[in-house]
Design a protein around this ligand. Structure first.
Ligand SMILES: [Zn+2]
Length: 299
């Protein structure tokens, strides 16, 4: 079974999960969000194994019974949801495989982990069924939802998961390109807007980006990376994990003035903005709305 080391290019996500494991601050539900190929399943496997290791340290020893079972994909307390039909997770799938078994205590350890791949396949009914469990989960239950698209979920589900965004692997290279660096410099004043920044201060940036859909799309990528960095820095205080190294000063500053919930709200709004641009909503409106979200979430 996977180790965290097998998950390439996702230092931020790995660090967040390791921190949770080692500080024993485990949430009842996580959502790993990332494109195909970013390593969501490997990450889920590694997290489950480390969590269940009998050493109780949050670091898999690879020697105990639990680690052996996890390594052979044969652990009674790691449950994978296999839907009856490919491409669709029904109410019945959730009831039979999650709700009906979650009240049974773990066979051996302190936790019982449910891994739901392609969680976006869940119908609304399935999500509502899962929600019942998520509202009052047993102490030992941990649910991992893996998805490439968080837009499929009910807000009530989103409010109960800790979102772990995975970085498309190609970004590590992309950010070194001179065009990327130039664009980043240009949009920085918009990006770091605080609660006291007025819209007219960033109006020229909005106007310029609105002229060209491609520029706008690229700018949104910069925004996303910036707030992912803010998230990783806030939760780890480890500068070496920051992707946008030359924006470190602003990232640290932002991390101090913004709550986790605010970062989450902004990341979600950036994703929404990307879709609105694709749907040909006027870039001016999209960027003005996003700006308001950034501003409102900065204390
Ligand atoms: Zn172990």
């Amino acid at each position: 079974m996977a180790e965290f080391l097998d998950v390439k290019g996702q230092d931020m996500a790995v660090r967040l999960l390791r921190n949770a494991l080692q500080s024993h601050k485990i949430s009842h539900a996580y959502m790993f969000v990332g494109e195909t190929g970013t390593g969501k399943s490997l990450l889920a496997d590694a997290f489950a194994k480390n969590l269940l290791c009998e050493s109780g340290t949050g670091i898999a020893c690879n020697n105990c019974k639990s680690c052996h079972q996890a390594n052979s994909h044969n652990h009674p307390d790691i449950i994978y949801l296999h839907p009856e039909k490919e491409g669709y997770i029904s109410v019945g799938d959730i009831r039979d495989n999650v709700n009906a078994t979650i009240s049974i205590k773990p066979y051996q350890g302190q936790y019982k982990v449910y891994i739901i791949a392609h969680a976006e396949w869940m119908s609304e009914g399935a999500q509502n069924a899962l929600l019942k469990t998520m509202e009052e989960p047993p102490e030992y239950a941990v649910i991992l939802l893996l998805t490439d698209n968080e837009e499929h979920f009910l807000p009530t589900i989103m409010s109960r998961v800790v979102t772990i965004p995975l970085v498309p692997v190609a970004y590590e290279e992309k950010i070194k390109a001179p065009e990327f660096i130039a664009l980043k410099e240009k949009v920085m004043p918009y990006l770091i807007a605080g609660h006291d920044t007025e819209l007219n201060a960033v109006e020229p940036i909005i106007q310029e980006l609105s002229k060209d859909k491609i520029d706008c799309r690229k700018a949104l990528e910069v925004f996303l990376l910036f707030y992912r960095d803010v998230l990783i820095y806030k939760s780890t205080r480890d500068e070496s994990l920051v992707l946008l190294q030359d924006a470190l000063f602003d990232i640290r500053k932002k991390a101090d003035t913004i709550e986790y919930e605010g970062i989450n709200n902004i990341i979600k709004e950036i994703e929404t903005s990307r879709r609105r641009i694709e749907m040909s909503v006027k870039a001016e409106y999209v960027l003005a709305d996003l700006y308001m979200t950034i501003k409102e979430n900065d204390k």
